[in-house]
Design a binder for this molecule. Structure first.
Ligand code: GDP
Length: 131
């Protein structure tokens, strides 16, 4: 997901370019705004964390770009490619270092396991929306 901070700063194009340069291909993509309830559901695993309310507020504050990406070892490679959760700690050249603002407004989301990648893909896309 390209998060609302990066979308509002005009970084959709630059982030998609980096993703393509990184060897990922796009299997599905959509530009939408999450409702509060959808953001709560997407991040339900974090509901007891102190940052949950702020995260839900932020993630439903403006449009996002949701994508399914494909690549050998995609989940692990994408996590490495985007860098640490906190952009200040993310490595040079990573998407979060280049485009993130702070630990909450960190430009992109990447699934953290193959199982969650399936759940999150199903959250956004029907089978007819994948190519
Ligand atoms: P990720 O897998 O690197 O995205 O990180 P997590 O799964 O731990 O957290 C999900 C999202 O919650 C992050 O991408 C941030 O947007 C937000 N987040 C995580 N940790 C913090 C925190 O300590 N403070 C705030 N404000 N937001 C956080």
């Amino acid at each position: 997901m390209i998060k609302p901070d990066a979308v509002s700063k005009g970084f959709i194009g630059p982030i998609l370019s980096k993703i393509a340069e990184g060897g990922f291909s796009i299997k599905a993509m959509k530009y939408i705004q999450l409702s509060r309830g959808q953001a709560e559901a997407f991040y339900a695993v974090h509901h007891s964390r102190p940052f949950y309310e702020g995260l839900v507020e932020f993630m439903s504050s403006g449009p996002i770009v949701a994508c399914i990406l494909a690549k050998e070892n995609a989940v692990e490679d994408f996590r490495a490619f985007i860098g640490s959760t906190d952009p200040e700690k993310a490595h040079e050249g990573s998407i979060r270092k280049l485009f993130g603002t702070n630990i909450q407004r960190n430009a992109v989301h990447g699934s953290d396991s193959d199982e969650n990648a399936v759940v999150e893909s199903n959250f956004f896309f029907s089978q007819f929306e994948r190519f």
